[in-house]
Design a protein around this ligand. Structure first.
Ligand code: APR
Ligand code: PHB
Length: 387
């Protein structure tokens, strides 16, 4: 079997890449080890930057997102007994975010690929990439797929990145001594906008998916197991962390999903080796506080699509050679922003009173200085492409 681009992984990165390449007349095969049902149900983050929304709309997969996604024009930072709104409409006019679950994006992309006759294979076993220096190929379940280029879109735990010979990639990473316990609940959101709450008990986030489904996260120790958190304990802790301003009551309801997400910052440089190009979580991870993971994957795939189009249309390798550098600028900006949001809002075991004062002082600055708030807003809605 032969295709132009062999894509490993049917997450947002792999699926969007396959679709954008199709629109440019470039063939691809997507190989995914999980089932379609599994990837469509996997609950992940849900904040889309303006540029991500625009990309999905331009690619013709934005119809349901436009209908069902929730446009947001601000977020709230809650600490010290008060809420402080970061107003996007004032600080970054014309730019906003859309709350729409990542698995909804994945569903829309799979539907679009299949409707266009795309080759997306689920439950594929033993995927391995070979001969990355030239004439690369992929083996899986006893078959062989020859390709011009391989796109490693198989997330943090995939097989693409580990296939690069030792010593080629430089790893930059930081682990955090806590995780997020995330839940989905059948209850009307208690606030119209997202609430990022810093408390002495730890961080909490109030988000949502629809007018009847809310999404919450609690900072928990890194080794937490979901079994330690029965529903009543979750609601009590969410109340303790979110009901910190006068007049705010948290509405509760049936919990329909629970999971623990580890927190990590991770980048490899370069995001490329031979004919293998890494995109999305396969190349970099951010802690979810800044909601950048999915958005970075989309940004990588945009760059890779242009580079592959130049390669297949004119045989030019210039953009492909510059792929890693072009992506890493944005990746590092998002790394800093995500690390900064994380350190600003979480409690750390080794915090001393001095460290806590610094954190509160910075929060006061961000919520009172227009320049500082604009920095947050501009990064949160996402820097324009090409900047
Ligand atoms: N063979 C085939 N597929 C694989 C393999 C493998 N050996 N290993 C992993 N995969 C698949 C996973 O099952 C998953 O569906 O690759 C896919 C990778 O998808 P994601 O993890 O969603 O990563 P990505 O597409 O880069 O999406 C960006 O950023 O912060 C996150 O939540 C955000 O998941 C989102 C990500
Ligand atoms: C989510 O809704 O899942 C979400 C929102 C904001 C974040 C992270 C996750 O920063």
């Amino acid at each position: 079997m032969r295709t132009q681009v062999g894509i490993i992984g049917a997450g947002p990165a792999g699926l969007l890449l396959s679709h954008l390449l199709h629109l440019r007349g470039i063939s691809s095969v997507v190989l995914e080890k999980r089932s379609r049902d599994y990837v469509e149900r996997r609950v992940r983050a849900g904040v889309l930057e303006q540029g991500t929304v625009d990309t999905l709309v331009e690619a013709g997969v934005g119809e349901r997102m436009r209908r069902e996604g929730l446009p947001h024009h601000g977020i709230e930072l809650r600490y010290g007994g008060a809420g402080h709104r970061i107003p996007f409409e004032k600080l970054v006019p014309g730019r906003s975010i859309t709350v729409y679950g990542q698995q909804e994006v994945v569903k829309d992309l799979i539907a679009a690929r299949l409707a266009a006759g795309g080759d997306v294979r689920f439950e594929v076993e033993d995927v391995a990439v070979h001969s990355l220096e030239s004439q690369p190929y992929v083996t899986f379940g006893g078959e062989r797929l020859d390709c011009d280029v391989i796109a490693g879109c198989d997330g943090f735990h995939g097989v693409s990145r580990p296939a690069v010979p030792e010593g080629v990639l430089t790893v930059f990473e930081r682990e955090y001594p806590f995780a997020w316990l995330g839940i989905l609940a059948r209850v009307k959101p208690s606030s119209e906008e997202l609430i990022y709450a810093r408390t002495d008990r730890g961080f909490a986030l109030h988000s949502m998916r629809s007018p009847t489904v809310s999404r919450f996260y609690l900072q928990v120790p890194a080794d937490t197991r979901v079994e330690e958190w029965p529903d009543e304990r979750i609601w009590a802790e969410l109340r303790a962390r979110l009901e910190s301003v006068p007049g705010f009551t948290l509405a509760t309801g049936e919990i329909i999903e629970k999971g623990v997400t580890p927190m990590r910052s991770f980048v490899v440089e370069p995001m490329q080796y031979g004919r293998l190009y890494l995109a999305g979580d396969a190349a970099h991870i951010v802690p979810p506080t800044g909601a950048k993971g999915l958005n970075l994957a989309v940004a990588d795939v945009r760059v890779l699509t242009e580079a592959l189009a130049a390669f297949f249309e004119h045989g030019s390798t210039e953009l492909l050679d510059g792929y890693s550098d072009a992506c890493l600028k944005r990746v590092w900006r998002a790394q800093h922003f995500s690390w900064w949001m994380t350190t600003l809002l979480h409690t750390f075991e080794d915090d001393d009173p001095y460290g806590r004062r610094l954190q509160l002082s910075y929060l006061d600055y961000v919520t009172s200085s227009e320049a500082a708030a604009t920095t947050l807003a501009e990064n949160y809605v996402g820097l324009p492409y090409g900047s």
